[in-house]
Design a protein around this ligand. Structure first.
Ligand code: MN
Length: 493
């Protein structure tokens, strides 16, 4: 996976046709033409025509062999936000499924950042999207990866903010979803902007440590290949992998900067057909070289929470040098690289990968706990808030969290008491709705007020959910009764 600097629609179609022979290339080209026309006359900060951005993001996903429907939505992802073409136009031309994916991305963009609230808002933004459709997240990651690759055209402050957010929010979520390739790209592209000095130092150290090792690793690979094959194991591939830069940096921190304790700077990965072959390969390697005690990890029988499976072992190889091996099947390799994205991609033979059970509730709850741990100073947030809260947007892009089934009236009181009291109607996602409508995650809500109105409607008590709306409405009820009573009992002038 890499970032195309001058992507073209032809190279995209070519890529897609290598994994999905049934893909309708004409409609993908049409989608591209549509997006290109919509963005006509717009340019990126780098000076390139705008269309280069969605096209490059689409290439990133094609490298992951992602379903063409997601790629089409990626080509269109900035259209409703930045051009005069609307979501309705997209729905008319490309159908509801693609329009809904694009709408998910558009909603993510509606949010504006405010100082220290940034982390929390990002977290919510992600949840709103994930609750709706994980495919939106996949597009968002590709979008962000391409934006990171062009950060140098932005003012330093803005570049820093985007990189920091990618490193602290996007990358961990990609990791939790098992999308390792995307996680590494998000990290390595952000690293230089967030920690420039450490980046330079790490890159130098990485080069220095790897330099001159090629010959040695070739020898190790040859020896291992020979023994694995002569044991009758049908080895699919065996190759060396350099540890990704940011991940190396993180490990150095954990090992108190003792670079000699980082054993997996280069790891050798063996891919074999079956789980039984994995354990057989492990046996061969342990017979060949003495394993380092305490370094063997069986993630096949005990997968990581994000689904990662593999055997890891570290051995004293030739000349007593320490080498890490990772052993896994092709399916495990796919899952390790693409994570949940593998559920929307095509396998080697051009067939769509079978959809595996995606345990959303579990995934979300775990990410949530992790993130909330970091945000522990924001005490008002309960760990289970996702189950009981929804997140809706103001037209200006602020996130408002409300209890499930909250109404536009709850929303209005959340904004301001006066807006609640004078509330006369509501527009949700650009449509007029009744005031007792249940709001849903991701809705954009606008409140209409009647400035002549003085008191809230008592009937609202039948459907409002928030404490604050109830209290305000009741207070008015009391005041009105009191006024009526006073009027009745006070002597007339
Ligand atoms: Mn974009």
């Amino acid at each position: 996976m890499h970032i195309e600097t001058s992507p073209t629609i032809n190279s995209l179609l070519k890529k897609i046709s290598t994994y999905d022979q049934a893909a309708d290339l004409d409609i993908i080209r049409l989608t591209y033409d549509f997006a290109k026309q919509a963005h006509e006359g717009q340019f990126r900060k780098s000076g390139e025509p705008y269309i280069i951005h969605p096209l490059a993001a689409a290439h990133i996903l094609a490298d992951m062999r992602i379903d063409p429907v997601i790629i089409m939505a990626t080509l269109l992802h900035d259209v409703p936000e930045d051009t005069s073409v609307t979501l309705d136009d997209i729905a008319k031309n490309f159908g509801d499924e693609i329009a809904s994916l694009v709408s998910g991305i558009t909603k993510l963009g509606k949010l504006k950042y405010r100082g220290v609230e940034r982390y929390l808002e990002n977290l919510r933004k992600m949840f709103v999207a994930m609750a709706e459709d994980i495919r939106v997240m996949i597009i968002k990651f590709a979008d962000r990866i391409h934006n990171l690759s062009t950060l140098s055209s932005l003012p330093p402050q803005k570049a820093y903010r985007i990189a920091l957010e990618s490193l602290e929010i996007y990358a961990p979520i990609a990791g939790r979803l098992g999308m390792d390739q995307m996680k590494s790209m998000l990290e390595d592209l952000s690293f230089a902007y967030v920690f420039p000095k450490e980046y330079q130092r790490t890159i130098a150290l990485h080069k220095e440590k790897i330099a001159g090792k090629e010959q040695y690793f070739h020898e190790i690979q040859d020896i291992a290949t020979k023994d694995i094959e002569s044991a009758g194991i049908p080895l699919i591939s065996l190759s060396g992998r350099n540890k990704k830069l940011y991940s190396f940096y993180q490990k150095l921190i954990r090992k108190n900067n003792e670079v000699n304790k980082v054993y997996d700077l280069i790891a050798i990965r063996a891919i074999v057909p079956t789980v039984a072959d994995c354990y057989a390969t492990l046996g061969v390697l342990h017979k060949l070289w003495k394993p380092l005690s305490g370094r063997f990890k069986d993630y096949i029988s005990q997968p990581k929470p994000n689904g990662y499976q593999s055997l890891h072992t570290t051995v004293f190889a030739k000349d007593n040098q320490i080498v890490e091996f990772q052993i896994r099947t092709e399916d495990m390799e796919e899952e390790a690289s693409f994570g949940v994205a593998a559920h929307w991609h095509y396998d080697e033979h051009g067939a769509k990968a079978p959809k595996r059970e995606v345990q959303w509730a579990k995934e979300l709850a775990e990410i949530q706990k992790e993130m909330l741990h970091k945000l522990s100073d924001l005490e008002e947030i309960k760990v289970n808030f996702l189950q009981t809260r929804i997140f809706v947007f103001t037209p200006a892009g602020d996130v408002i969290d409300l209890p499930e089934n909250a109404s536009p009236v709850d929303f209005a009181y959340h904004i301001h008491t006066d807006i609640g009291n004078k509330c006369s109607g509501a527009i949700v996602n650009e449509k007029m709705v009744r005031l007792d409508t249940s709001l849903k995650n991701g809705d954009v809500v606008e409140i209409l007020t009647d400035k002549n109105r003085k008191t809230p409607n008592e009937d609202w008590l039948k459907f409002v959910k928030t404490h604050s709306a109830k209290t305000h409405i009741r207070n008015h009820q009391k005041k009105t009764k009191m006024a009526a009573w006073l009027k009745a009992v006070l002597p007339k002038k």
